[in-house]
Ligand binder design. Sequence first.
Ligand code: NAP
Length: 490
Amino acid sequence: MTLASVLPLTSPALDCSRYAKGLYIGGAWVAGGGIPVVDPSTEAVLAEVADATEAQATAAVDAAAAAAAGWRATPPRRRAEILLRCHKLMLERADELATLISLENGKALGDARGEVTYAAEFFRWYAEEAVRIAGEYRMAPSGSNRILVDMEPIGIAVLITPWNFPAAMATRKIAPALAAGCTVVLKPASETPLTAYALAELYAEAGVPAGVVNVITTSRPGPVTAAMLNDARVRKLSFTGSTGVGRTLLAEAAKTVLSCSMELGGNAPFIVFDDADLDAALDGAMVAKMRNAGEACTAANRFIVQNGIYDRFAEGLNKRMAALRVGAGTDPATACGPMITRKAVEKIETLVADALAKGARVTTGGQRPDGDGFFYPPTVLVDVPADAAMAKEEIFGPVAPLYRFETEDEAIAMANDTEYGLAAYVFTSDLKRGLAISGRIEAGMIALNRGLVSDPAAPFGGVKQSGLGREGGIHGIAEFMEPKYVAVSF
Ligand code: NAP
C-alpha cells in the first residue's frame, strides 16, 4: 500500500477526502495532512487527515477556553435544543455516516447503522438530562446553617476515543459534556478520524457554537495529548481505550491532579448453565461475540459452559458462526467485516496458535484467508484450557473459545479470574439464581439472558482494571460536573 493508491472517490456514494479538511479548531478548519486513513477491507488509503503538533493542541485548548464562558452561560434549555438537533441530524444522515464508519473501520453496514442510532441517542438522552441537573438544599445536622450544593460544569475536557466505535465513543462523551456546560477537545483514534470530523461539521450545523467542540488528530498521541493534559485550563480527561494506555494517561493526569473517567478493556465471561434456553443462549452468544466482528470491549471473550449443555451449545455455535458471510464492511451481504489492522489479525493468530498448542481444538474457521484486507474468519475453539493466553487477554476478534465448568462456584471463580471487570453475560432459566450470580460476578455490567448491555440510558463502565467512572444514564453527566457547596447562614 502506498500513498499513490489514495482513492479520490472511495465508494460510488462517498468521497472521503471531504471529511479530511484539517484539524477542527474554533469552528474553522486548520489545513494539514500526514495521517493516512486505510480501508481495512481493501487496504486502500481513503484520505489523509491532519497531524497536529503540540502547539496546535494548545490552540484547540485556547479555542475551548474562549468558548467556555459563553457555553456555560447558555441556558440549559437552549443547550438541550442544540443537542436534540444533533440527534435529529445524525439520524437524517444515518446512511452517509454508517457508510463512512464502515469504510474506515471495516464493520458490517448493519453494525455501522446500529452504531449511528446508538451514538445519536446519547444526544437525545443528554438533551433530556441537561434540563434536569439537580443540586441539594438542606439543613446542616448542627442546625446552624443550610447546605446548598450547586452542580457546576467541571471545565474544559479532553476526550480521547478508540477506533472500534468511531461515532458512539465520541458522542457518549460529547453529549454529556455539552449538556453539563463543558467545552471539549476530542482526539479520535488515528485509524478512524473521518467520522469524528464529519460529526464536527454536523454539530456546527445543529447550532453548537464555534470552539465548544474541537477535534484534532495526531500521529504522536503521547506528547500531543500531554500538552493538553498539562495545561492548567484543562480540568477533565475522559478516555476510552486499552487498559495499558489508560494507565499511562492516569500517570500523566496525576501531574495536574486531573479528574479522570476511564473506559478501558474487558475480558467478558459468557456463562451458560445447563438450564439455559439453548436458542436464547445462542442468539445472545452471536450478538455478544459478533457485534462489530468481536471488536468490542464488551465482546464475550470466554464462553464458560456447563457440562450438561456444552456439546449442544458448541454444535449450535459452530453452525451459526460457519454461516456468517465474511467480506467488505460496505457490502450489504457482509456479516463479519475485516479487523482494523494487520497487527490486530496477527494478534488473533498468535492467541489461537497458543490455545491450540495448549490443547484446544478448532471446530470452525481458524485460517486467515489470502488476499487484500485484514480478514479473520468466524472461529470456534473447544476445550480451551484455562492457561491459554486468550483466557487472560482481549481477543478483539471473531474467535469464540469454549471452556467447561461443573459447579456454580467453579463458573464464578473462572469468570472472576481476570484483571478486568467490564461486562459479563449469564444464561439460566432460573432468574433467582441469575440475580444471585450477578451479585457475585466482578463486573460493572451484567447481561442476564441477553447478549447486549449497552444502552445510552444506563451506566456503562467497569470495575477492577476496566475503568473508573461511568458513561451513559444519569451517571454520565455527573462525570462532567463538580459539586459546589455553599454554607448559608440566614
Ligand atoms: P488504544 O490503543 O488504547 O487507543 C485509544 C486512544 O488512545 C486512541 O485515540 C489512541 O490514539 C490514543 N492513545 C494511544 N496511545 C496514547 C498515549 N500514549 N497517550 C494518549 N493517547 C494515546 O485502544 P484502541 O486499540 O484504539 O481500542 C481498543 C481498546 O479500547 C480495547 O482495549 C477495548 O476494550 C477498549 N474499549 C473500551 C471501551 C469501554 O467503554 N470500556 C469501549 C471501546 C473500546 P491513536 O489511535 O493515535 O493511537
